[in-house]
Design a protein around this ligand. Structure first.
Ligand code: SF4
Length: 248
């Protein structure tokens, strides 16, 4: 039977993680070292690195969960968190879209067709959402209230269409309490965010790209400017569709 932690129990476990769990940056460095030894084409190395480092964030969360003996109650098809704003760097957006371009033809065309409808159907909400300042503390709630789904969310299945390359915010927000809290409130207090892991992941992916770039490899990102340019996922997709993603 599923067990649901209450808010105080979640706070206690998170405090234990904060006080007693040491994140080992070596696990992220090891991925980078391994990839830099690879003789594979640069694009393969970059995309594999992107996915492995994203996966490493999931593994690190799993290790922390084991440390405090808790398991998330998120389940497939529950997508309330896919209405939050997803902010990522232009570098990550380029790696995500390049990964999607490598999906099999059917899957890729399904995504592109979905975007066609998505941008048409959500014009009004998008024009409001994309003007919001991602740095403003009020934005998260205001964006969520718009009820604008993420452009990667399949409206029929309520599943992510690019699950294996979904960005960090999608991986680091987890609910250990009753899933109904996400259905009932825009900003429930119970879910826990491991967003502090972004620093480890980003440091590692940045290092991988930097070394490849300094070695004169074609890394298909404008380094370093792409690494420090942030926007909403729908904004990057819109630019990708217009062919202006490479314009700084
Ligand atoms: S990228 Fe996927 S997991 Fe993340 S918000 Fe969008 S649909 Fe949800």
């Amino acid at each position: 039977m599923k067990t649901f932690l209450n808010h105080q129990e979640i706070i206690d476990k998170c405090e234990k993680i904060n006080e007693q769990y040491d994140i080992d940056p070596g696990v992220f460095d090891a991925v980078v070292d391994d990839l830099l030894e690879s003789e594979d084409p640069t694009e393969d190395v970059v995309l594999r690195g992107f996915q492995r480092l994203l996966d490493e964030v999931d593994h690190e969360i799993g290790r922390m969960e084991s440390f405090v003996d808790m398991k998330p109650n998120c389940f497939m098809g529950c997508a309330f968190c896919c209405y939050f704003p997803i902010v990522l760097s232009r570098m990550e957006a380029k790696m995500m879209f390049r990964s999607i371009e490598h999906f099999d033809e059917h899957r890729k065309q399904e995504i592109f067709a979905h975007w066609e409808n998505y941008f048409e159907q959500n014009k009004t909400k998008l024009s409001e959402a994309l003007q919001m300042d991602p740095e403003d503390s009020e934005t998260k709630l205001a964006y969520k209230r718009l009820n604008l789904p993420c452009p990667m969310l399949n409206p029929e299945t309520q599943l992510c269409m690019a699950y294996e390359v979904r960005p960090i915010p999608c991986r680091t927000y987890l609910n250990y309490s009753n899933p109904t809290v996400c259905a009932e409130q825009h900003m429930p207090k119970e879910p826990f965010s491991y967003e502090f892991l972004y620093t480890f992941y980003f440091g590692a992916i940045n290092e991988l790209i930097q070394v490849l770039y300094e070695n004169g490899e074609d890394v298909f990102v404008d380094y370093p400017s792409d690494a420090w340019s942030y926007d909403y996922l729908p904004a990057w997709i819109a630019k990708w569709r217009e062919g202006t993603l490479h314009e700084v």
